[in-house]
Every structure is written in structure tokens, then in C-alpha cells.
Design a protein around this ligand. Structure first.
Ligand SMILES: NCc1[nH]cc(CCC(=O)O)c1CC(=O)O
Length: 314
């Protein structure tokens, strides 16, 4: 008898697109799977329900994953597809992520209502973004800009922009490409201007750690360079105990067996920035990320990191 496979996902258009991408990849990799045997199950998470407050305020990451993880534990789901950048650095016991799909472009894109680049925005222009990382790096480049909180999925944010709620917004270019709206980007920011969030552009599949059937099905979908880059970036994040409350950015690039990681932490206004670049072999990905994170920690000092947390609570 053919077992069915239940793929869990959030219900946003981007999340659904990503779940269908995983489904298609599974079908392509396993000729014995029939399309009817793979079901996509939509789960509403806390992060999807609360739309009127910044994520940092309601508790940050985990808000997009808990309900999906409950489904894995109960057996209602066999695997769950996530944007890796939305995942907490530590997984709950009994769950595993051993499958990272080949990464899409990790850069951030500017969408300006009147077109043009970030540096061309008029003095004092209003930019909508709820991401502290984007806000900080934006203000570092353009201290004159006014940043307002902007939440909701990619489509919602583009609609808010079109309705005049801001002069520009920033989105992950990966999500725009996946949803077919890449042409709305008016400036694709270089990673020197705007270092991405750890794991931006990388989709992963989470499953139960003790489920070899699912692990075997997912194995051919894993892209090793993506897994290595994301491992380094997330180790950097974990070393800084980062969550939505601290502007943290990291990007690893891979060339053959070499991995180069750049990671930084910023003050909310972008005026202070502590950065570290490390290189090594791909096999050292986790150690490189951890070492870079610990170095940035030292450079910034515990007082600086604490001050950011306090500033945001007040
Ligand atoms: N926090 C929402 C989120 N999570 C992942 C992506 C983009 C896709 C990706 O990084 O893979 C987005 C939207 C955005 O930041 O513009």
C-alpha cells in the first residue's frame, strides 16, 4: 500500500509556493511517488494571526513554526516547509532539519513607489519595514530617511506601498522572484549595502528526527552548499543569541571547498556596527559561524548588546 505524505506549510502565497516547490522536487526525485499521495496541509500560525504589531514585540521567531511543529509531533504532518530565516536557531527535541533546498538570491530589494535606487530616494522619504535589520542598515546608509513599521506578507506590503502608505519598502528578493514580482524591484541592494538575514533565500524541510522514511525521501533534495552556508550563518546568529530583537545580519559564500562568512550586529539606528569576516573549509561551517559570532560579541561588548534589548522594550 502506498503511504501518503503530508507536507505542512503556512498559508501565505510565498509559503504555499515553497511547499509546492518541495512537492514537485519530491515527485521529480522519486518516480514511485504519485502526485495524489502528496498532500499539502495549510496551518495557521500565531505569526500569521497577529498582523498589527512588529514581530519583535510579540516574541519574535517561533511564532511561524510552533503550530507546524505541533503537527509533526502529533503525526498530522510528515514534514514542514519553512523559510529558514524564520526558524529559531534551536530546534525542539525530536525534530530535525537535514534538507535545505538550493538557495535563491539572498539579497534584499528596494521597491520605490516612484522608481529609482535607495540613494535616489528624496530627502526624508518614508520607508516601510518591520525588520530591525533592514531598518538599521537603511539608516546607516541614509540617516535622513523615516522608517515606519510595515508588516504582512509580500503581497500585502506591495499593496500598502501602492496605496501610498510609504515611499518605498524592502523585501527579500528571493520571495519576489518566487512570487513572480521581481520586476517590481527598483534597486537590488548589494550585500555591502544591506547584508541579508541569516539564511535569507533558503527554504528548508523539517521532519521528525526518528522518521527514516521521510529522511530518505528528503535526502536527494538537500543542496550541500546551501546547507553549509546556512549552518555557518545560523551558528553566527546562535552565538549572538540573536532573535528579532537585535539587528543581526550574516551571509556565507561558498567557492569549492572554501566558505567565507561575513556577519554583523548593528545598533537600531545603524550608527554602530560590529562586523567580522572569517574563512575556512565548508566542513568547518558551524565552527566558523560560532567563532565569528563570539568575536562580534566581544567587539560589541555585552553592554552594547544589552542596550539594544532595553532600547526596544522602552
Ligand atoms: N519574514 C518573512 C519572510 N520570510 C522569508 C522571506 C523571504 C524568502 C526567503 O528569505 O527565503 C520573507 C519575506 C521577506 O523578508 O521579504
Amino acid at each position: 500500500m502506498q503511504h501518503s505524505l503530508k507536507i505542512g506549510t503556512r498559508g501565505s502565497p510565498l509559503a504555499l509556493w515553497q511547499a509546492h516547490m518541495v512537492r514537485d522536487a519530491l515527485l521529480a526525485a522519486h518516480s514511485h511517488l504519485s502526485p495524489r499521495s502528496i498532500e499539502i496541509v495549510t496551518v495557521k500560525t500565531t505569526g500569521d494571526k497577529i498582523l498589527d504589531r512588529p514581530l519583535a514585540e510579540i516574541g519574535g521567531k517561533g511564532l511561524f513554526t510552533k503550530e507546524l511543529e505541533d503537527g509533526l509531533y502529533s503525526g498530522a504532518l510528515d514534514c514542514a516547509v519553512h523559510s529558514t530565516k524564520d526558524m529559531p536557531t534551536h530546534l525542539p527535541d525530536g525534530l530535525a532539519i537535514d534538507c535545505f533546498i538550493k538557495r535563491e538570491d539572498p539579497r534584499d530589494a528596494l521597491i520605490a513607489a516612484n522608481g529609482g535606487c535607495l540613494m535616489d530616494l528624496p530627502q526624508g522619504a518614508v520607508v516601510g519595514s518591520a525588520s530591525l535589520r533592514r531598518q538599521a542598515q537603511l539608516l546607516a546608509l541614509r540617516p535622513d530617511l523615516k522608517v515606519i513599521s510595515f508588516r504582512g506578507n509580500v503581497g500585502t506590503r506591495l499593496k500598502k506601498l501602492a496605496a501610498g502608505a510609504a515611499d518605498a519598502t524592502l523585501l527579500a528578493y528571493a520571495g519576489m522572484k518566487r512570487l513572480g514580482v521581481a520586476e517590481k524591484a527598483t534597486d537590488i541592494l548589494s550585500t555591502d549595502q544591506m547584508l541579508p538575514a541569516p539564511a535569507q533565500g533558503a527554504v528548508c524541510v523539517e521532519c521528525r528526527a526518528d522518521d527514516p522514511r521521510i529522511a530518505d525521501l528528503l535526502a536527494p533534495l538537500n543542496d550541500a552548499p546551501t546547507a553549509q552556508a546556512v549552518t555557518a550563518e545560523r551558528a553566527f546568529l546562535a552565538a549572538l543569541e540573536g532573535n528579532c530583537r537585535t539587528p543581526i545580519a550574516a551571509l556565507a559564500t561558498i567557492s569549492g571547498s572554501r566558505l567565507t562568512l561575513v556577519g554583523k550586529v548593528l545598533s537600531l539606528d545603524g550608527a554602530a556596527c560590529f562586523e567580522e569576516r572569517r574563512e575556512g573549509t565548508v566542513l568547518e561551517a558551524a565552527a566558523i559561524g560560532h567563532a565569528a559570532g563570539m568575536t562580534v560579541r566581544q567587539k560589541a561588548g555585552e553592554d552594547f548588546l544589552k542596550a539594544i534589548a532595553l532600547e526596544q522594550m522602552g
